[in-house]
Ligand binder design. Structure first.
Ligand SMILES: N[C@@H](CCC(=O)N[C@@H](CS)C(=O)NCC(=O)O)C(=O)O
Length: 255
């Protein structure tokens, strides 16, 4: 699909060499050598996302900080991640992708940290002392284990084994991992208002992604995860979260 045809956001992008072509890819590899220049944060943001996917957290933070942005929404199930134009943008073939001018940032935690750093006045990333360490701790585990292992074993067993007869045991094992992960999240959120420190941060909407996925998987999140449910209800009250749910056409509660 051409990127100009798959956007459900307020603005439509015109595909340009910078956004989808060779020049963009060059910029992307340049980022591996150089830190993201923070002055670029003043430029217009474009978030490549899919409804209800892990990109939802970055979408929420873009809404929270109030910088102008375009949300480039794929179809549900993000089939466009397999298309050539998107692979040029992100050779890993995953959303979210954040573009700031011609610069490309991939990986949900990196995008969230970038947005937190870009608007320190929003107070969404405390870079001092233990809170920074705790944020990285959450991100590394949520992205590198809960998402990449447990959730993927359940929704994408084919990723782990070509033999389709292995799908069932992989899903079963994934559900066991996920149950342990979710119990850990519940315990971490017990007697806490927010995930890190005393205030709302870039970590909180990332946790909401996994809570929503639990509902989608048919888990009884309200019954089994009381502290996490309170945390999610707190998030659901935020206007930024409500706007994102509405724009992406997803619910926290539906399967
Ligand atoms: N490590 C990446 C994972 C991103 C990821 O797996 N995104 C999913 C959507 S939640 C995706 O794009 N999947 C496309 C595919 O697997 O083909 C991150 O944290 O951003």
């Amino acid at each position: 699909m051409n990127p100009a045809t798959c956007f459900a956001g307020a603005e439509r992008l015109q595909p340009t060499p910078d956004r989808t072509g060779r020049q963009g890819a060059h910029r992307c590899s340049a980022l591996k050598r150089n830190p993201v220049p923070m002055d670029q944060a003043k430029a217009h943001y474009t978030l490549h996302a899919a409804p209800g996917s892990c990109s939802f957290a970055a979408h929420v933070i873009l809404e929270e900080i109030g910088e102008p942005y375009t949300i480039a929404l794929m179809s549900p199930g993000h089939p466009e991640t397999h298309e050539a134009w998107f692979r040029t943008l992100n050779p890993k073939g995953r959303v979210p992708v954040l573009m700031i001018g011609n610069l490309v940032i991939t990986e949900a935690p990196a995008i969230l940290v970038h947005l937190g750093l870009a608007r320190p006045d929003a107070g969404l990333l405390d870079t001092t002392g233990e809170n920074l360490v705790r944020s990285i701790e959450w991100f590394n585990w949520l992205s590198g284990h809960v998402h990449a292992v447990s959730v993927r074993m359940i929704w994408r067993p084919d990723y782990f084994c070509d033999d389709s007869t292995a799908a069932e045991p992989i899903i079963l094992k994934g559900r066991q991992h996920l149950a342990a992960d979710f119990a850990r999240i519940e315990s971490a959120l017990t007697d806490r208002i927010w995930a890190v420190g005393e205030s709302y941060s870039i970590v909180d909407p990332y946790l909401l992604v996994f809570y929503r996925w639990g509902n989608r998987m048919g888990l009884d999140m309200r019954r089994d995860y009381l502290a996490w449910t309170d945390h999610s209800l707190r998030l659901e009250q935020r206007p930024a979260v409500q706007r994102c749910l509405q724009k992406e056409g997803v619910s926290l509660w539906r399967r």
